[in-house]
Design a protein around this ligand. Structure first.
Ligand SMILES: C[S@@+](CC[C@H](N)C(=O)[O-])C[C@H]1O[C@@H](n2cnc3c(N)ncnc32)[C@H](O)[C@@H]1O
Length: 263
């Protein structure tokens, strides 16, 4: 359903959701994300873009990197294994705990439980920041996330984040033919909400149009360097929720924004 959900409601619902969903999420996606490999992996999106191939963060060696909405932190562990100093931040204790388990026998990274809307770090304390579908689609105030990232980045620092492609909002979340027909106005920003029988909100996802995302980046004083719309790879058969080879033939599922804080 569509209804209002402010920052507090979104945060409380999503913390509980990801705490209780952590096991299922990892049963379904843990292998694809490389969660239990000794050095983690850095996969940007269901289309399978790997940071080791696309280098959206540029040179990472020796860099302090903040990962926002890190979940079980396979990306942070991959960054650490490749010479960076990452810090993973996530709202959900359950997701972070899954990361701690994965780190027991492999690469480690510090993990912090906090919301992306209020980053508990000093100004200009990171060289780079990244997020693979973490936090940005789930917060009520994504403009605040952009402003917080701009604050904690050093001048010249880069911020790359992946989210659901804004145009997907207009289609039902269905990997099959039903997911090819527009059903919801693209311009309707009211969040998608799930609630239990007594009306307690249990899950929230927020929508921004492409223009909104660009405006929020610019309002934070960041420069948008690149906008990547990954194409569905030929022969790639893996479905992930609403992402499927069928839909991938017709329109993008992911948008990756690469931004810089001016010197
Ligand atoms: C789709 S998962 C992605 C996790 C990880 N980046 C990955 O690729 O597996 C989304 C993550 O965003 C986190 N999240 C949701 N709202 C958040 C918020 N307000 N602040 C920080 N993290 C949040 C969730 O707890 C969850 O771990």
């Amino acid at each position: 359903m569509r209804a209002r959900a402010d920052s507090a409601v979104s945060e409380q619902a999503n913390r509980r959701w990801w705490d209780s969903d952590a096991d299922d999420y990892h049963r379904s996606h843990g292998e694809f994300l490389g969660v239990d490999t000794p050095s983690g992996e850095f996969i940007w999106c269901p289309e399978g873009l790997h940071e080791g191939d696309v280098h959206l963060l540029g040179d990472i060696v020796g860099k302090r990197i903040l990962e926002i909405g890190c979940g079980s932190a396979p990306c942070s562990r991959w960054l650490a294994a490749n010479g960076a100093y990452p810090v993973g931040l996530d709202l959900s204790h359950g997701m972070l705990q899954r990361g701690r388990t994965a780190m027991a026998d492999g690469q480690r990274a510090p993990l912090i439980q906090a919301t992306a809307e209020h980053l508990p770090f000093a100004d200009e304390s990171f060289d780079l920041a990244c997020s693979a579908f973490g936090a940005v689609p789930f917060v009520a105030d994504s403009a605040a996330v952009m402003a917080e990232v701009a604050r904690v980045l050093k001048p010249g620092g880069r911020w790359a984040f992946s989210v659901n492609h804004p145009m997907r909002w207009a289609f039902p979340d269905d990997p099959g033919p039903t997911g090819l027909t527009v059903a919801i106005p693209y311009f309707d920003r009211s969040p998608y909400i799930e609630a239990d029988d007594d009306g307690t909100v249990t899950y929230v996802e927020h929508h921004r149009t492409m223009g909104d995302r660009i405006r929020e980046i610019r309002a934070a004083g960041l420069i948008l360097d690149e906008l990547i719309e990954p194409e569905w790879p030929e022969g790639f058969e893996r479905e992930w929720g609403q992402w499927s080879p069928l839909r991938g033939q017709y329109f993008p599922g992911t948008a990756i924004f690469v931004c810089t804080k001016p010197e």
